[in-house]
Structures are given as C-alpha cells and as structure tokens.
Design a protein around this ligand. Structure first.
Ligand code: ZN
Length: 160
C-alpha cells in the first residue's frame, strides 16, 4: 500500500515536470552553454547558465529526451536557481548519490528531484536522471575556468 502510493506520487511528479518542464527554452544572456547526450537512451540536453558573483541567476534547458531526463532537468533547474555555484556542486553530488540508492544529507535541498531516488531501482535509467546534473556540473566548471583562466585567452591580457 505505502509502496504503491509512493510509486504513484513518483510517477505523477515526473509526468508533471516532463509535460510542463520548468525553465524550458533559452536565456537572453547566457554565460555558459553546454550540450550533453546520453547515448544509451538518446537523450540530448542543451543547458544554459547565467552566473553573477558566484550565484546562479539564470538557467534554462532545451533538447529532447525521455520523460525521466526531461523531468530531472526541470527539477534540477528548480533546485539550483538562486543558489551559489558551490551549493549547486554539492547538490550535483547529492543527486548522484541519491539515484544510486545511497543516502544523502542534502535530500531535502534537492526539492522535488528527491522523488527520482526511485530511479535507483532501474539502473538503466540512472543515466537519464543524471544527464542534466552532469551538464550543470560541466557548465559551472567551465564558468570557474572562464573567470580565472585568462591564460587561455592571451588577447584578453589587457583586461585586469
Ligand atoms: Zn532517457
């Protein structure tokens, strides 16, 4: 009884997010754009990020994917918008632990994304669930490089 209730909730929340994803589309001004795919399922995500003073001030995603990958991307944008890059990195780790069936002290902070803990029962779908979070990880990582990595852009050496 309790389990079937949980499964219904899980399914309903995923359906809501995948049919009406939050922050779907693109940003007027993005600092980072990352494209990532999950070949085992065919999911593709294009993620855009705006970061100001270490805070994620804008996030949007596009692409095509199964309901789990789309729902997870939608929940991810809800969870990290307005958070610091450091907090976002902690949530990426927490989510990864969660879908692998491990406990995480950050479960509450993941918001609705926590319902995807049920994916741990379906190993083939874990990559669908983590795709958006991996894309986010790459986006925040490149953002750090862009801020401190002027060595890669010698033309910019005049800027302080
Ligand atoms: Zn998928």
């Amino acid at each position: 009884m309790a389990l079937s209730k949980l499964d219904n909730l899980y399914r309903q929340v995923i359906l809501d997010h995948s049919s009406h994803p939050h922050h779907h589309g693109s940003l007027a001004k993005a600092d980072q754009a990352v494209e990532m795919n999950n070949p085992t399922c065919g999911d593709v995500i294009h993620l855009e990020l705006a970061v100001e003073d270490g805070i994620i001030t804008g996030i949007a995603f596009d692409g095509s994917g199964c309901s789990i990958s789309t729902a997870s991307a939608s929940m991810m944008t809800d969870a990290v918008l307005g958070k610091s890059v450091t907090e976002a990195e902690e949530l990426i780790t927490a989510f990864s632990e969660l879908v692998q069936g491990n406990e995480t002290p950050k479960e509450e902070e993941l918001g609705e994304a926590a319902v995807l803990s049920g994916v741990a029962k379906f190993p083939a779908r874990i990559k669908c669930a983590t795709l958006a979070w991996k894309a986010l990880g790459q986006a925040v990582e490149s953002n750090g490089v862009a801020e401190t990595g002027h060595l890669h852009q010698p033309e910019d050496s005049d800027h302080v």
